[in-house]
Design a protein around this ligand. Structure first.
Ligand code: PNS
Length: 165
């Protein structure tokens, strides 16, 4: 059985994330969504809430119901070792994503000892979600725009509640 990790901030999970997790599940027997901390970003939602929202979204789709989700407490590569993952799967919306992701993929490979370490698999996302990013979703919501058709059920309410705090 081969395990892959789909990591991200998921602040919040979007329909674009779900599309990539679905694609990862078609390639790997076992997929774990890793809700991680991105040191470059200030999260709106606490990690436990992000995990709960990911779980609800995965449960709502038969294709992802057996996908696991957990918080990444430290380095992604340590999490991958702990869950026995051979690969990290990341979605690409375009060239800017690749530019941001390649250094992380190479660093993760470096940290796991080169050729025998965890490899990153880049998956082109559905172009219909190419404009969907958690940061834009929060920005739209912050200024009163509709986000229901960009995120799984229940997520919009969680974002609005967090923004109102
Ligand atoms: O959704 P994001 O913010 O693009 O995902 C980036 C994330 C959270 C996967 C990355 O920042 C990460 O792996 N964080 C965990 C800590 C870590 O391993 N940092 C070194 C990455 S090379």
């Amino acid at each position: 059985m081969s395990t892959a990790v789909c990591p991200g901030s998921f602040d919040p999970i979007t329909l674009g994330h779900l599309d990539v997790v679905r694609r990862a599940r078609r390639m790997f027997d076992d997929v774990v969504v890793g809700v991680a901390r991105n040191a470059a970003k200030n999260a709106l939602l606490p990690p436990e809430r992000r995990v709960d929202l990911v779980r609800a979204a995965l449960d709502a789709d038969p294709e992802t119901a057996d996908v696991r989700v957990a918080e990444v407490p430290g380095l992604l590569v340590d999490f991958c070792r702990d869950v026995g993952a051979v690969a990290v799967v990341k979605g690409l919306r375009g060239g800017a994503d690749f530019d941001a992701e390649l250094p992380m993929a190479l660093m993760n490979r470096h940290l796991t000892g080169g050729a025998t370490g965890v490899e990153t698999v880049f998956v082109p996302g559905d172009p219909g979600y190419a404009h969907v990013a958690s940061s834009l979703v929060k920005d739209v919501a912050r200024f009163g725009g509709p986000i229901d058709d960009l995120v799984p059920a229940g997520v919009a309410d969680a974002v609005h509640a967090a923004l109102a705090r």
